[in-house]
Design a protein around this ligand. Structure first.
Ligand code: 1HE
Length: 264
């Protein structure tokens, strides 16, 4: 892997033969990777400037935890206007994660709490190891989510679970969290990054237009009324299948030169 230290608190490496996987590490372990303004802006910067060779990204955290959420040390006496701008800054950064150029896989371990869960929920796939736990301590801190959590987290686990977590401080462990829908994969402790890299390698081999459709068309279609959704789906399907790469891949299968679907 080649390391490009992006700022003191975030590191960017490239993995894969063509450097097609960007590996982004939150590197503030002494503060449990709590997200201060500098880190959030660096994260945005990384996703806005990924080299065109990159086809998939992995986000993970250094130390014992993925991320402790908002850096509470920075929660100064903001007035309402400053609070609004601060939250919108998070929205802009996490928008670059969710709707950036490539699918993003979060490798989770330890605390995935508050803004850390908001970051994880902006990613497209979440892989958790057995040490992972999920919480939204905003309720007990007298604040509210501000990094897009109220939009994204209910889409993963439902409004009722999120409400319960914020009202009661409920913490989900790795197994219950996977069942609830926080993560799509659960792996033994210490193996989340390896699994995320394995998945990223597969994702990077997809036709770029298919990945684009999954990141940009699918979430929009899912929010549309059925009639509009069916229509958008047809447009996306027609565009994807017209790409030369799609035709080559289908021909390869018909010629017996592409992999079959097999039970894992
Ligand atoms: C922090 C933060 C932080 C740790 N901001 N400094 N998030 C929270 O409410 C979670 C608060 N953190 C925790 O509950 C725990 O720290 C953890 C469960 C994440 C980890 O526990 P542990 O025992 O491994 O570490 P620690 O001893 O608690 O913390 C180590 C240091 O990190 C310590 O600083 P030190 O100078 O005394 O060594 C902690 O103060 C510091 N630290 N978490 C600042 N979050 C867009 S809106 C999003 C809103 C939110 O995210 S609110 C939820 C905030």
């Amino acid at each position: 892997m080649t390391l490009t230290s992006h700022s003191k608190d975030i590191e960017l490496e490239f993995s894969g033969a063509q450097h097609e996987i960007a590996v982004i590490r939150l590197s503030r372990p002494a503060k449990r990777n709590a997200l201060n303004d500098k880190l959030i802006l660096s994260l945005r910067n990384v996703f806005e400037n990924l080299p065109s060779s990159v086809r998939a990204a992995v986000v993970h955290g250094e130390g014992k935890h993925f991320c402790a959420g908002l850096d509470l040390g920075e929660l100064q006496e903001r007035d309402a206007g400053q609070g609004m701008h601060h939250s919108r800054m998070w929205h802009a950064a996490l928008e670059c994660v969710q709707h950036g150029p490539v699918p993003v896989i979060a490798a989770l371990h330890g605390a995935v709490v508050g803004g850390g869960l908001e970051l994880a929920s902006a990613c497209h796939i979440r892989v958790a190891d057995e040490s992972t736990f999920y919480a939204l301590p905003e309720g007990s801190r007298g604040i509210f989510v501000g990094g897009g959590g109220s939009v994204r987290i209910p889409k993963l686990v439902g409004v009722a679970r999120m409400t319960d977590m914020m009202l009661t401080g409920r913490v989900y462990d790795a197994q219950d969290g996977e069942r609830a829908g926080f993560a799509q994969y659960l792996v033994p402790e210490g193996q989340a990054l390896a699994k995320a890299l394995e998945l990223a390698t597969r994702v990077a081999q997809n036709a770029p237009l298919t990945n684009y459709a999954l990141m940009h068309a699918l979430p929009r279609i899912a929010e549309q009324p059925a009639d509009q959704g069916f229509f958008t789906e047809s447009l996306m399907a027609a565009i994807a299948q017209s790409a030369p790469e799609a035709k080559q891949r289908v021909q390869a299968f018909l010629a017996g030169k592409a992999s079959k679907v097999t039970k894992s």
